[in-house]
Design a protein around this ligand. Structure first.
Ligand code: S3P
Length: 476
């Protein structure tokens, strides 16, 4: 059994399967948030999810042992760790919290004995498909109900051109069985959607492919794969082209094990920042957060809304910019968020639309077709949830309009949960509505808070330690 290869995993293997059990037996875990007094103090958020996945995937391909500190110990990343172990790269967590992965060298992964359970994680599943494309092995990928409904053809199509063979559920969905190519072919591919997952899957496939693999991204997306490949000694050419980049690498370069320090996840910090903004009197400092320009569209938008947000002690962590972020309660104004900014804040629209409900005036968010195929259809989930909390919201085909009722003294007035919010196995929907409840006139309940463990396992205890009231019981 592959789990035996993740010693001494303490309770982590159990975590990996918890979502699977919950989704199959319909067990849910409602949580209720109600008016917080003041949120104050200094805190840290867990490690960045994107960087955590990549550190395991590249560490598993490198020669030698890679030590990772600050790894996000959320279910998504633990699923990737278990998958790498099952593919022959042993992973273990040391008592001091550092994770070690023993790399097998480029091309060294082997067929797993059991299906790889990627849980809720689109990033884990899609990046792994890329890695497996240029390995002569067979593997089956499964996931929870949310992941099994997400489109995979966006990666399967280009990876098929590199030689991957796939037997997938209708529409190119999980569960699917992959047969990697014994003699993979290099590819030059222009991304039809702005997706770092697709870009990364192709680059990872290129690692064990003879010749040059090139990805053309018309719009820049998060560049953690490029950064981390370089950190592991791979030569990657990146040529900026107006709004995008051309990224190319020669295959069959050796990766050399390199220790990784994972900075805090800006997408998790966004929930804390939003809570501080809507609860009067709040003043929070979130330490050690990644502020890569490819990820900080949310903080740019907050400033445009009038939020008091500052980056303190800006510094670099393995080439990536990091800062402590101080956020103080602020009166917010509605803004128009340009579609061109979407890639740099793609995961932050649910929490931004909550803030928009607290703002004075209209916020229009455009260019968001991709939100329909995230862990849930986030445009629909936010529109339904906000409307049931009393917000004025309009769902567009590719966007959202929220007419905020904020203004002097109006904070949270009129917002209240009327029925449990449906989270659809989506961690960011769950956290967004709990944050909404912290400033609202009445409590807000989400139907299932357990899904938050995919990306932010200590969200509830951390929020409570800062002054938030989040309870296990459903509101009466
Ligand atoms: C991610 C890329 C984004 C993001 C996801 C993580 C990554 O997806 O939504 O949470 O780590 O590459 P897309 O690249 O598909 O937009």
């Amino acid at each position: 059994m592959f789990l035996a290869r993740v010693p001494p995993a303490k309770s982590h293997p159990k975590l990996i399967f918890r979502r699977q059990i919950l989704s199959s037996s319909s067990l849910t875990h409602p949580l209720t948030a109600s008016g917080a007094t003041v949120l104050s103090g200094t805190c840290q958020v867990p490690g960045d999810k994107s960087i955590s996945h990549r550190s395991l995937l590249l560490g598993g391909l490198a020669l030698g042992i890679t030590r990772i500190s600050g790894l996000l110990e959320g279910e998504d990343v633990l699923a990737t760790a278990a998958a790498m172990a099952a593919l022959g790269a042993p992973v273990r967590r040391l008592d001091n919290g550092i994770w070690e992965i023993s790399g097998v060298g480029v091309g060294g992964l082997k067929s797993p004995d059991t299906a790889l359970d990627m849980g809720n994680s689109g990033t884990g599943a899609r990046l792994l498909m890329g890695l497996l494309t240029s390995h002569d092995l067979t593997a089956t990928l499964i996931g929870d109900k949310s992941l099994s409904s997400r489109p995979m053809n966006r990666v399967l199509t280009p990876l098929g051109r590199m030689g991957l063979k796939v037997l997938a559920a209708p529409g190119g969905r999980l569960p699917l069985t992959l047969k990697g190519a014994a003699t993979p072919l290099p590819l030059t591919y222009e991304l039809p959607v702005a997706s770092a997952q697709v870009k990364s899957a192709i680059l990872l496939a290129g690692l064990n492919t003879p010749g040059r693999t090139t990805v053309i991204e018309p719009e820049a997306t998060r560049d953690h794969t490029e950064h981390m490949l370089r950190h592991f000694g791979v030569h990657v050419d990146v040529t900026p082209t107006g709004d995008g980049n051309v990224i190319a690498l020669e295959g069959q370069q050796e990766l050399i094990a390199a220790d990784v320090t994972v900075p805090g996840d800006p997408s998790s910090a966004a929930f804390l920042a939003a809570a501080a903004l809507i609860v009067p009197g709040s003043d929070l400092t979130i330490e050690n957060v990644l502020i890569s320009p490819s990820r900080t569209g949310f903080f740019t938008t907050l400033r445009e809304m009038g939020a008091d947000v500052s980056y303190l002690h800006e510094r670099r962590c393995q080439g990536e910019p990091v800062a402590d972020i101080r956020v103080r309660h602020s009166a917010l104004s509605g803004v128009k968020v340009p579609g061109a900014r979407a890639a740099s804040m793609i995961d932050e629209y649910p929490i931004l639309s909550v803030l928009a409900a607290y703002a004075n005036g209209t916020t229009k968010m455009e260019g968001l077709k991709e939100l329909r195929v995230k862990e849930s259809d986030r445009l629909a989930a936010m529109a339904r949830g906000l409307s049931s909390c009393g917000a004025d919201v309009e769902e567009l085909a590719e966007g959202l309009i929220v007419r905020g009722r904020g203004g002097p003294g109006a904070n949270g007035v009129g917002l209240s949960g009327t029925a449990p919010i449906q989270t659809h196995l989506d961690h960011r929907i769950a956290m967004s509505f709990l944050v909404l409840g912290l400033g609202a006139e009445g409590p807000v309940t989400v139907d299932d808070g357990s899904v938050i463990a995919t990306s932010f396992p200590n969200f509830v205890p951390l929020m409570r330690s800062l002054g938030a009231q989040i309870g296990e019981q459903e509101a009466a």
